[in-house]
Design a protein around this ligand. Structure first.
Ligand code: FEO
Length: 164
């Protein structure tokens, strides 16, 4: 059985993951407006991954006999700037989510909830990958001019996400 504190913290993380999904869909819309269809695709895949994270938490709360309580989602920003600024925001957001996961893990440890700690291991590892893939794109974008063949190539490459 989950403690009330643990349940509240897991419900807050469901909200954070659902907001991440919403944010990445907003970013995908921005990339579409910039005619960067590959980036838009990458961000839509990210949107779906975030929904997957929310579902994982949702299922876990139920498995533990807890109660899911969905919360209001804020609207994401409408503008994200250049492709580099956009992916810098992706990276920053993932760093923020990493800190939330770490705090959740600390709560599980303080509550002596071993099952939740084991469950959260997957998220800890996932965040390492999420940050690394966002940072890799940021670093590539720093090296290329905004309206260039290299940008077109990178966009094409990002459009292949999920196909390998
Ligand atoms: Fe669910 Fe990108 O963190």
């Amino acid at each position: 059985m989950l403690s009330q504190k643990m349940q509240d913290a897991l419900n807050a993380q469901i909200q954070a993951e659902a907001y991440s999904a919403w944010l990445y869909l907003g970013m995908a819309a921005h990339a579409e407006q910039l005619n960067l269809r590959g980036m838009a695709h990458w961000l839509r895949v990210q949107h779906q991954e975030e929904l997957g994270h929310a579902y994982k938490l949702f299922d876990f709360v139920h498995e533990r006999g807890g109660k899911v309580a969905l919360r209001t989602l804020e609207a994401p920003p409408a503008e994200y700037g250049t492709p580099l600024q956009l992916f810098e925001q992706v990276y920053k957001h993932e760093q923020h989510v990493t800190s939330l996961i770490h705090k959740l893990y600390e709560t599980a440890a303080a509550e002596k909830d071993l099952a939740t700690q084991v469950f959260l291991n997957w998220f800890v590892t996932e965040q390492v990958e999420e940050e690394a893939s966002a940072l890799e794109i940021v670093e590539k974008l720093k090296m290329i001019p905004e309206k260039s063949g290299a940008m077109f190539q990178l966009d094409k490459e990002l459009g292949k996400r999920g196909q390998d």
